[in-house]
Write a protein that binds this ligand. Structure first.
Ligand code: HEM
Length: 132
């Protein structure tokens, strides 16, 4: 039987998120991709931020598995123009940094895992982005 994208992603995240280095590498990559993004995190405690992101990605994964979107709506609010002012075009950089970091950390990474991630968490990212 074919496995659902959300199951593939749940297992892939399990192989990545136990290693703290996954989140270090994600932020190195994400902040390395733009000086503007680096500036946004200039005052941020990155140790704490890595823990918050661990949970944030889990919220995206759980949303794909049918959890209510309350937590994602709160992220939409905090990232909106009333909050951190995260411009909608930055989310594609975020997703690309995530995919590249998963490619590096998930030993089973392949094109099906990549497309499963894009399919499963795309709607949750859109929800946050559209709250701008
Ligand atoms: C804070 C997740 C996209 C910049 C946070 C927090 C979480 C989170 C869980 C901490 C909780 C909060 O403050 O609400 C996510 C997820 C994203 C995403 C899941 C993808 C959909 C982005 C993007 C940017 C960004 C694209 C920048 C271009 C920030 C900043 C903070 C933050 C500046 C606050 C840092 C601080 O407290 O100093 N994010 N984020 N996020 N995020 Fe995001």
């Amino acid at each position: 039987m074919e496995q659902a994208a959300s199951d593939i992603v749940f297992q892939s995240y399990g192989r990545c998120c136990n290693n703290e280095q996954f989140f270090v590498d994600f932020y190195d990559r994400f902040m390395g991709s733009s000086a503007e993004i680096r500036t946004l995190f200039a005052e941020t405690d990155m140790t704490q931020q890595r823990h918050l992101l661990r949970n944030g990605i889990m919220q995206l994964v759980l949303h794909a598995r049918g959890m209510p979107d309350t937590k994602l709506r709160a992220l939409g609010e905090s990232h909106s123009r009333k909050g951190y002012g995260i411009q909608p075009q930055w989310y594609s950089l975020w997703l690309q940094s995530l995919i590249d970091t998963i490619r590096e950390h998930d030993p089973q990474f392949d094109p099906q895992i990549e497309s499963s991630w894009r399919e499963a968490i795309g709607p949750g990212i859109e929800l946050i982005r559209n709250a701008y």
